[in-house]
Write a protein that binds this ligand. Structure first.
Ligand SMILES: C[S@@+](CC[C@H](N)C(=O)[O-])C[C@H]1O[C@@H](n2cnc3c(N)ncnc32)[C@H](O)[C@@H]1O
Length: 305
């Protein structure tokens, strides 16, 4: 049996990769957040959006933001200081919001509000949207809406209606929307996109069809967005961790196992061996190509992206 540098046998290391398939998705996401620079990338792009808004709006105006699918981090840390007139964090998972609520109390940040809710219901249904606007936002429009890695949970055919509604009924006259999503196509086999399309395609005959580049074009055909600036940028994010079990934990999350695709044991073994041979043995990081879509409403100069 081949002995590896860290004294683990090939079988043992493959077994460790298979084990993390059963990890809780929140724990897998924590590994991703800690060992990739995804949150740094999001923070950097978001800062450009906030700088643009700061230039476009009066200095003494206190701003309000809405984070959709906010989870427990990093939206609180990134947005709390800039949006002092109200930061509204929506998530379907109350455990994540509980972490934020504890922080709000501990750190006396009462301008931050958590809302447990399904954004597909709130923003796709005009009745629920109206109730949300009246009861939660107190009929005050927002200057920023973020959808960071949260559009995965809505079919692309629904996105136009969600954006239409947000733009028309929730955004202030001068405002922005910032969405982030993994790119849907990549020819680079070291990317999350390629891995997903290859294995989900091979075993389930599907591929990633959620695409912010396509969506940008859809938006630009709508009269509502004629005067808006609709901007797109693609960045690269790297993930690497010195532990194969943790590396695979992120791969299972990317491959949507088991929530969407229930790869059987033989398929999971094939995936684990592929990742071991392609990434781990060659000391290659996993790359994520991710798209940032920024929409500026009522900004009279070219906004940053
Ligand atoms: C991948 S996490 C992204 C978290 C955070 N925005 C970030 O950038 O790290 C996606 C979040 O969206 C939430 N979510 C999924 N479906 C949702 C829905 N229908 N309504 C509200 N939140 C949802 C999940 O609970 C999860 O916290």
């Amino acid at each position: 049996m081949k002995i590896l540098g860290n004294k683990m046998s090939y079988r043992k290391i493959i077994d460790s990769g298979l084990r993390s398939a059963d990890d809780n998705i929140c724990d897998q996401d924590k590994v991703w957040s800690r060992y990739s620079h995804d949150k740094v990338d999001i923070g950097e792009e978001l800062t450009k959006v906030i700088r643009t808004l700061d230039k476009a709006l009066p200095l003494n105006l206190k701003l309000r933001a809405l984070s959709i699918g906010s989870s427990d981090e990093p939206q609180f840390r990134i947005l709390e200081t800039a949006f002092r007139s109200g930061l509204y964090l929506i998530d379907i998972n109350d455990n994540a919001l509980g972490v934020v609520r504890e922080r709000i109390k501990r750190q006396h940040t009462s301008h931050v509000t958590t809302i447990k809710g399904d954004y597909n219901k709130i923003f796709l249904n005009s009745k629920d949207g109206k109730v949300f606007f009246k009861d939660t936002l107190k009929e005050k429009r927002i200057h920023l809406a973020t959808l960071h890695h949260s559009l995965y949970y809505s079919e692309q055919r629904c996105w136009l209606d969600i954006f239409d509604n947000l733009y028309r009924n929730f955004l202030a006259p001068c405002a922005a929307m910032h969405s982030v999503l993994m790119s849907s196509k990549s020819v680079n086999p070291l990317t999350t996109t390629w891995l997903y399309n290859y294995f989900a395609g091979k075993f389930f005959g599907v591929h990633n069809d959620q695409d912010l580049c396509v969506f940008k074009n859809d938006l630009q055909t709508r009269p509502l967005f004629k005067k808006a600036q609709v901007l797109l940028r693609t960045n690269r994010v790297y993930f690497d961790v010195d532990n194969f079990e943790k590396f695979m934990a992120v791969v299972w999350m990317v491959l949507l196992y088991p929530q969407v695709h229930r790869y059987n044991l033989k398929q999971r073994e094939e995936i684990t061996e592929f990742v071991y041979k392609t990434f781990w043995r060659n000391k290659k990081p996993l790359i994520q190509e991710q798209d940032h879509l920024v929409i500026y409403k009522g900004v009279g100069f070219k906004g940053l992206i």
